[in-house]
Design a protein. Structure first.
Length: 432
């Protein structure tokens, strides 16, 4: 049986998550006989003693572990010959920054199994942090909103909200936001902020996580068609969820929108989101995007918006997807939890940390789930746990088909015996 090693995350000082939590380590050891070794960590949200009590051995090297579990990317110099690595490699788009690590995995005849590629037969992901990106992103967006309003001279209960990483857990954060909601229901909001409209671009797991947090406020849901001329009230916040058909239109207006056609042939479509953006106070971007698809908001549109409205209604954009130079033109760089926001100036296209300046405040933290490390780790670990016995029992000396790995893990194997597997051979051009 392969001993399973759990890495200390070292990509960022903010990364405190773990792929398996002590509770699940104990279950796997007791029910399946899996042996664990955990790399000692001074920053992990779960202490060394927690893992020791769960039955794991502690180590500074993991040299005796043929299978290593992690979350974020592993530095190339820490990759060891012949081992099996399971983590988010961020390589499937040929990301240049991660090609040195992929090259190293190939050179050292390793195996790479990517969490992001662990899917079922319907191509649905099985292990993910998505909801917690939404949770943390919404909390941070509401905090940024409170700080922006305070700078503008508004006295609102939103300024009582803290960034996500300052709360003990998700429940504490949601209770704090519910308290803000109680004050809004009792005292109302300033007239010039009414209607307060939060738009959610997308409806998947990330969006659902963000909406769950926003729904702690007094919320009335409206449709995109309601936005022109929408009348709100001071004691309620409005929520609107945008689907693909609300954000793009066919170039040929005579043909109706078809979702599959949009996915397959995005060049037949143009962005049609900007008219709705004019009505929003907050925008939460949760849409997966690649350069094949239209930008939802361009630099020219932002210039137009802030030129015509002066102090535009749109105060904060929580870009949870954090696609730099992607679907939202104002996301020009990513941020970190210690400096999570900047103001994008549409005229100069420059940014300034904080909430001061003309233009939208942009939240662009690219690893939001780390701000809720305990909740996020427990959620992820619960999803990963059923796959761990197969990793422990796999024969990595055999062929991939003969290794004993279940289909879910075989599909997620990018490198095996130092070779790109058939579905991922397109990466060879990026590696070179």
């Amino acid at each position: 049986m392969n001993k399973i090693g759990i890495r200390h995350e070292d990509k960022s000082e903010w990364e405190r998550r773990a792929p398996l939590v002590p509770h699940d380590v104990r279950l796997l050891a007791r029910e399946h006989g899996v042996e664990f070794e955990v790399e000692s960590s001074p920053t992990r949200a779960f202490s060394d003693e927690d893992y020791r009590e769960a039955g794991a051995a502690m180590s500074d090297t993991l040299v005796d572990c043929p299978v290593l579990l992690g979350i974020k990317e592993i530095p190339p110099e820490k990759i060891e010959p012949g081992k099996t690595y399971v983590y988010f490699s961020h390589t499937i788009k040929g990301q240049a920054g991660n090609m040195p690590a992929l090259r190293r995995l190939l050179e050292l005849r390793c195996q790479l199994i990517d969490h992001e590629q662990i899917v079922n037969e319907q191509n649905q992901r099985l292990v993910f942090f998505g909801p917690f990106a939404g949770h943390a992103g919404m909390i941070d967006t509401l905090w940024a909103f409170g700080q922006r309003l305070k700078h503008e001279g508004f006295k609102t209960p939103f300024e009582e909200i803290a960034p996500a990483h300052r709360y003990r857990d998700l429940d504490e954060a949601k209770n704090a936001i519910a308290h803000v909601g109680d004050i809004i229901k009792r005292d109302g909001l300033p007239d010039s902020l009414v209607p307060l409209v939060c738009g959610f671009a997308g409806y998947g797991r990330v969006s659902q996580g963000a909406q769950e947090v926003f729904d702690a406020l007094p919320v009335r849901e409206v449709s995109p068609d309601d936005l022109p001329g929408l009348i709100g009230d001071a004691n309620t916040c409005c929520k609107v969820v945008f689907r693909e058909e609300h954000m793009v239109k066919r170039v040929d207006d005579s043909a109706p929108f078809e979702l599959q056609e949009y996915y397959d042939n995005p060049e037949l479509y143009r962005a049609a989101f900007f008219p709705s953006v004019r009505s929003l106070t907050l925008l939460i971007n949760c849409v997966f995007w690649t350069p094949r698809y239209p930008r939802f908001i361009t630099r020219e549109q932002l210039r137009e918006l802030y030129a015509e409205q002066g102090k535009a209604r749109l105060r904060v954009i929580g870009d949870i997807t954090c696609d730099v130079d992607g679907s939202l033109a104002c996301t020009v760089r990513s941020t970190t939890p210690n400096s999570p926001i900047y103001v994008y100036d549409p005229e100069t296209e420059e940014t300034r940390d904080g909430v001061i300046g003309k233009g939208p405040v942009v939240l662009a933290v690219d690893f939001l789930p780390c701000e809720l490390p305990v909740d996020a780790s427990c959620f992820f670990s619960d999803a990963l746990r059923p796959l761990v016995p197969a990793l422990a029992n796999a024969d990595f000396n055999a062929s991939l088909e003969g290794s004993g790995l279940p289909p879910e893990l075989r599909r997620a194997t990018i490198v095996y015996h130092g070779q790109l597997t058939e579905p991922y051979q397109y990466l060879e051009k990026f590696v070179k």
